[in-house]
Design a protein around this ligand. Structure first.
Ligand SMILES: C[S@@+](CC[C@H](N)C(=O)[O-])C[C@H]1O[C@@H](n2cnc3c(N)ncnc32)[C@H](O)[C@@H]1O
Length: 299
């Protein structure tokens, strides 16, 4: 195979060994085709080109072999530019930061499940099972199927959508009766007016690739007239964004309760807990807020 460009060999980066640019290898061809487009997540083709210059050649081939063709073309053009190691490092930091959680979901789903198991959202308050009887429910960004498992046995039909196939495989074991699809807020794989209740926990984000205005439009599209969506977010800036769209906010009394992992747990698990800003007390308990938003499609 002809090399894309002259790769730059960089020494290992101390303290950055948990997930770094080569872990883009875990993103599936489908994920790359769908989400790796020019300027997606604010990343320019030049920055991606610089980041990939210092990646393992097979990782660069994997990304560029499956990304949207217009991104691949632009990245290859930037690949001829002169860059120094500091610029490559900076670009890698940008890309690895933006895709850190995705690399964890896709590459280390078992650690992400351990992270989930440490977290207890107030599901009964966010998504009460009363009222879902005889209803068709869709969980967007279902991950390992935690919310579906909570609603299992109450709703008539359960659908789960997530772009991460390894997490969907975990959801399938927890909720075998649910219909699971690869997909996301940007393009929900369900017909117009087909769902009574859309739920989502911790998945909606501001960017159009992970939610945004088009994601809310997609949620409204799949809702039946009279249907409701309940979107729970755990990030204050995402909550602020949803408020600014005029979506109705519902006060939440509860919070996400956390239990600390053993000290010798996987270092990635400890790191994910730090990224989620979880602080544990002496009893190994933590508490973080969650915000809830509701969309009702008029009957
Ligand atoms: C923090 S996890 C939450 C998972 C699950 N809802 C839970 O509460 O355990 C975020 C989930 O959003 C998914 N996700 C990422 N991009 C998405 C998109 N564009 N649309 C929908 N879900 C997305 C991820 O794959 C991941 O499973």
């Amino acid at each position: 195979m002809t090399p894309l460009w002259q790769a730059v060999d960089l020494p290992a980066l101390p303290g950055r060994s948990l997930l770094w640019i080569d872990d883009l290898r875990h993103l599936s061809p489908e994920y790359l085709a769908r989400y790796f487009r020019p300027q997606a997540q604010g990343i320019s083709p030049r920055v991606l080109a610089r980041a990939l210059r210092g990646a393992a050649p097979e990782v660069a081939e994997h990304v560029l072999g499956h990304a949207a063709p217009e991104l691949t073309t632009a990245v290859r053009e930037h690949g001829a530019e002169d860059v120094d190691r500091a610029q490559i490092r900076q670009a890698q930091l940008t890309v690895a930061t933006v895709y850190f959680w995705e690399m964890a979901y896709h590459g280390r789903p078992e650690v992400y499940e351990q992270f989930s198991a440490r977290q207890q959202p107030p599901l009964a308050e966010l998504f009460p099972v009363t009222g879902v009887h005889d209803r068709t429910v869709l969980d967007v960004g279902t991950g390992g199927g935690r919310v579906l498992a909570h609603l299992d046995g109450h709703a008539a039909r359960l659908y789960g959508v997530d772009p991460c196939r390894p997490l969907l495989a975990i959801a399938a074991t927890k909720v075998p009766g649910a219909v699971l699809h690869e997909g996301g807020f940007d393009r929900l794989p369900l017909p117009d007016c087909s769902v009574d209740l859309v739920v989502s926990h911790g998945a909606y984000q501001v960017s159009e690739e992970r939610g945004g205005t088009s994601g809310l439009a997609e949620v409204r599209r799949v809702l039946r007239p009279g249907g409701t969506a309940r979107i729970a977010v755990a990030n204050p800036s995402t909550a602020q964004h949803l408020r600014s769209t005029g979506v109705t906010e519902i006060a939440v009394r509860g919070a996400i309760e956390w239990t600390a992992p053993p000290a010798d747990a996987d270092p990635l698990l400890h790191h994910l807990l730090r990224l989620a800003h979880v602080h544990f007390d002496e009893q190994g308990r933590g508490r973080t807020p969650v915000w809830l938003f509701e969309i009702v499609r008029p009957a």
